[in-house]
Design a binder for this molecule. Sequence first.
Ligand code: HEM
Length: 474
Amino acid sequence: MAGLVYDLLLYIPISLVIFFFIVRTSRRRRLRLPPGNLGLPFVGETLQLIAAYKTENPEPFIDERVNKFGPIFTTHVFGEPTVFSADPETNRFIVQNEGKLFECSYPGSISNLLGKHSLLLMKGSLHKRMHSLTMSFANSSIIRDHLLVDIDRLVRLNMDSWTDRIFLMEEAKKITFELTVKQLMSFDPGEWSESLRKEYVLVIEGFFSLPLPLFSTTYRRAIKARTKVAEALSLIVRQRRKESNESGGEKKNDMLEALLATGDGGFSDEEIVDFLLALLVAGYETTSTIMTLAVKFLTETPLALAQLKEEHEEIRAKKMMGREGLEWSDYKSMPFTQCVVNETLRVANIISGVFRRAMTDIDIKGYTIPKGWKVFASFRAVHLDHDHFKDARTFNPWRWQSNSGATSPGNVFTPFGGGPRLCPGYELARVELSVFLHHLITRFSWVPAEEDKLVFFPTTRTQKRYPIIVQRRN
Ligand code: HEM
């Protein structure tokens, strides 16, 4: 009897594994999956992915598989079979068919911490409406007529306190956070925004942890910080709701006011808090990382820095004495700055691509993506592909001077995504970056305080927060 139990204990798992492989292989044949490797049961190729990104190569995992299997391949990462695309047409097809064939899909850690009413997780007609509302708060005319003044003022205010050695990444984060708080709720920076930011950092750290409170301290800390952030925002929402209901009060021209005035029957406080919280996340790490990396690449490319200096000195020289503030026409006369911004977004965008889930079996380029599978549209793999950009892995802002920057036709440059989820902050981010570079270049000279390497996992950043020694110019 004991022998029988023993045999069963041994054979049941083995049979299950064999069954698992047979089912997987036969379904694979039937569905013409893209070529690739699903790796080990359950773990898939997750460990290879993590190990690969510990090198300095920006796309080691994808490079290796594209060489072996072509630009569309199958793998299994973070617990799910996933089709990776390094093909611009397929990426376009994926983002354009949002809500029809694909839907957005974030890892559990991110969606739990964002909250279910965040724009990033909304779907269908509500998403459409709220996406265009967000766009209407960050479009060119709003930036020109309202936001630019604050962007300019807050960037200068932050830089006023810079002396000697600073961590550029930290300063850039502080600036972008303050700008977003101002844009969303009309608050000027102060103790309140700084303590909110400290909690925020903890929430974002939780994005890259296992969403299991029992096992992960980082995740537990992130959940606690999220509660604190939500409480602080709820208080603001309640106060503003009260002010809005009181007749005669002056209406503010910000996102919060628009949210309070929108919706049939209006949004609840919880919905508004989730919405604001996600907007604070969306522009924070992204814009501040690009600010920092633009400075790093420029420092390492003196010719580009010299040309940029010339562009900004010319703008400064044209301004009347005592009127340092930038205007829209100044922003529009920064062609080389836009080349630098594009090139930084191309070489080292923090958003390397987007995850989606197939809503049905989808045929593409002779393959089938099975219903329920994840797909990852890698923008970075396209941005760093020599077939689309000459010397693709070199920072060369001049490539944007002649044409679209690319050597191949079609839309191969998509740092802000595309389709219904196109980043609503794409113009705002460009303006923030340009204003930041203008004041940095015209007011300071700097040298790196120590060597700092670029890393790509779990996010794109420099290892040491890019410490620099700044010197104020006259
Ligand atoms: C350099 C800076 C930025 C980069 C590279 C960037 C990139 C992106 C990308 C690639 C997406 C598409 C995500 C997807 O398709 O799933 C996205 C979405 C989004 N971005 Fe940005 N972004 C930046 C700055 C900003 C700023 C300043 C804001 C503030 C308004 C913002 C707000 C958002 C929001 C709310 C979404 C979600 C849109 C949706 O799901 O409908 N981003 N961003």
